[in-house]
Each structure stands twice: as C-alpha cells, then as structure tokens.
Design a protein around this ligand. Structure first.
Ligand SMILES: [Zn+2]
Length: 105
C-alpha cells in the first residue's frame, strides 16, 4: 500500500518586487542632506562618501538608476537596495523587508 504524504506548504510565497523600492532621487535625498544645496544637472551627482572618511565628494550616485560608485574607496553597487545593504549591513531579506518590497503569489 502506498501512503501519500501531504506536505504543508506556506500559504503565501513571496518574491522581490523591484517596483516597490523607493525612487533613487527621494531615497538619496534622505541619505545625503547635502543634496539639498546642490544644483543637480545630470543623473550622476557627487556627494561625500559614507563608506570611508571622505574630505572631497568622491561618491558618485545616480539619481535615476540608484547606482553608486566611490572613486576613492571603490564602494559600488547598482541600485538603492545595494546601497542600503552596504551602508546598514543588511541581508537581502532584511533590506527588502524594510520597504516591504515583496509581492505574494
Ligand atoms: Zn568611499
């Protein structure tokens, strides 16, 4: 006789939903108060790097894509999620939780 074992699956599964990430422009305005006093002429703008002791603004951040790259210490990433994780040392899941950037399926 064959016994069928039923596994209980979680009721909801979730997947990362990139569209729920904050807009890079708004997010970086919070992270870098110095942006208020800058006239932004392109997507890329330089700010003081938060990943090393920075005397010159050497961290380039992209206000459209969220990408960032420091010319002095080499910190870099492709979006605000990568920035958030690096700055606050968060796991992927913790960082996504923060913005509830999931969708259930
Ligand atoms: Zn740096």
């Amino acid at each position: 006789m064959v016994r069928h074992i039923s596994y209980s699956l979680p009721l909801t599964r979730r997947q990362f939903d990139r569209s729920k990430l904050p807009k890079p422009e708004n997010y970086y305005a919070q992270q870098f108060p110095e942006l208020k006093n800058k006239s932004v002429k392109s997507a890329w703008v330089n700010v003081h790097c938060c990943f090393h002791d920075d005397s010159q603004p050497s961290l380039g951040i992209n206000l459209i894509s969220g990408g960032f790259h420091c010319f002095a210490c080499g910190a870099k990433g492709g979006d605000v999620l990568a920035f958030q994780r690096m700055r606050y040392r968060l796991s992927f899941v913790r960082a996504v939780d923060l913005w509830e950037a999931w969708y259930d399926y």
